[in-house]
Ligand binder design. Structure first.
Ligand code: PEP
Ligand code: MN
Length: 362
């Protein structure tokens, strides 16, 4: 089917007064008191734009705290009355959407487990038809860009134009430093597909622990993200969900104060001149790189022809092993990481094999 929706048309809506837009509050609404105390402390900071709290919690395993349900919507309505902060909840089906809207919730977000499910996304999109709320869509748990774009597309097709994306990282099977793999290239690619979509980072669910929140938030700011969703709880030690990653409002204040915010453009002429010159150099090296690779492929094709004439297989693992080891050593001397050399050489090698394959089978 032809793509009817031009995602590049999603317009930059009035998202925030100053960067970063901040959506903060506890992982879960637990009690009337916990919600209100957290909200009052957050409102005092005068840095939190939107108050968040999960009411329906999608837990990976049963028997974990699954949220207080509709009851919590009244507490959010009180928070708005008391502090003036707009409120946000996660919705995972049509009845969540209807309940949240009935109680005057301003901002809805769709969680990572839901955005991975096109049926659930379509049900939510249908429930949103004709509604004028802000809707944020978290990346799906698995690193598939099209799934994320598809979820955004479904909501856009329902007529919602205040849409934002939240980067919360991707599940990993192996043990990694963070709770989820950030894979920063995916949100960057999302921005390439939908340039005007506001992009927020959720360092709480990427990091999974307090100590990573600042470095992740700073990185997001350096990559020109529009905002942050950070979990903050009046007393994280007794939180019923995501205990390790929640910070107190005071700690949130420190984090936000410490962030260095850089401009994405400069009107300093000398700076622009120097940057322009350096970028010209980069472009030059890039085209030299491509020319060298082209030459390398030419030699690979010649080898292919030669192997064909002599009836020899394309792949010779011992030779490849040798090339890779030498490159890793050379790379180290040049300050290039083993991971980088590995993926660069794998890609170059694959392209060589493709070229040789064509020669062999022509
Ligand atoms: C949350 O924001 O509390 C949440 C459940 O997030 P995610 O969908 O990113 O896991
Ligand atoms: Mn959480």
């Amino acid at each position: 089917m032809k793509q009817e929706l031009n995602l590049k048309e999603i317009s930059q809506w009035e998202l925030y007064k100053s960067r970063p837009l901040t959506i903060c509050g506890p992982c879960s609404a637990e009690s009337e008191q916990q919600v209100m105390e957290t909200a009052i402390e957050l409102a005092k900071l005068k840095k939190v734009d939107i108050f968040r709290a999960g009411i329906w919690k999608p837990r990976t395993r049963p028997n974990s705290f699954e949220g207080v349900g509709r009851e919590g919507l009244k507490w959010l309505r009180d928070v708005k009355k008391e502090t003036g902060m707009p409120t946000a909840v996660e919705v995972a089906n049509a009845s969540h959407v209807n309940d949240a809207l009935k109680f005057g919730v301003d901002v809805l977000w769709i969680g990572a487990r839901t955005s991975a499910n096109p049926f659930a996304m379509q049900e939510i999109a249908d429930a949103l038809n004709g509604v004028d709320s802000m809707v944020f869509i978290k990346n799906p748990v698995n690193p598939e860009l099209n799934l994320w774009i598809g979820a955004i597309e479904r909501v856009a097709k329902a007529g919602i134009n205040k849409i934002g994306a939240i980067h919360r990282g991707f599940s990993a099977y192996e043990h990694i430093q963070y709770r989820n793999q950030p894979k920063w290239l995916l949100p960057i690619e999302l921005k390439r597909a939908i340039p005007k979509i506001p992009l927020l980072c959720d360092p709480s669910h990427i990091g999974g622990a307090k100590e990573y929140l600042f470095e992740l938030s700073q990185k997001a700011m350096d990559l020109n993200y529009d905002g942050l969703m950070v979990e903050s709880h009046i007393n994280p030690e007794v939180a019923l969900s995501d205990r390790e990653q929640q910070i107190t409002p005071v700690q949130l204040n420190d984090l936000l104060n410490k962030l260095v915010l850089r401009d994405s453009v400069s009107n300093n002429l000398a700076f622009s001149d120097t940057l322009g010159e350096l970028r010209t150099q980069i472009d030059l090296y890039d085209s030299q790189l491509l020319e060298l690779i082209e030459q390398r492929m030419f030699v690979a094709k010649t080898i292919g022809k030669y192997k064909k004439e002599n009836n020899i297989t394309i792949l010779q693992s011992s030779r490849w092993e040798e090339v890779m080891q030498k490159a890793v050593l050379q790379g180290e001397l040049k300050g290039l990481s083993k991971e980088f050399i590995n993926s660069l050489y794998k890609a170059v090698h694959q392209e060589s094999i493709n070229h040789q394959n064509r020669v062999m089978n022509s």
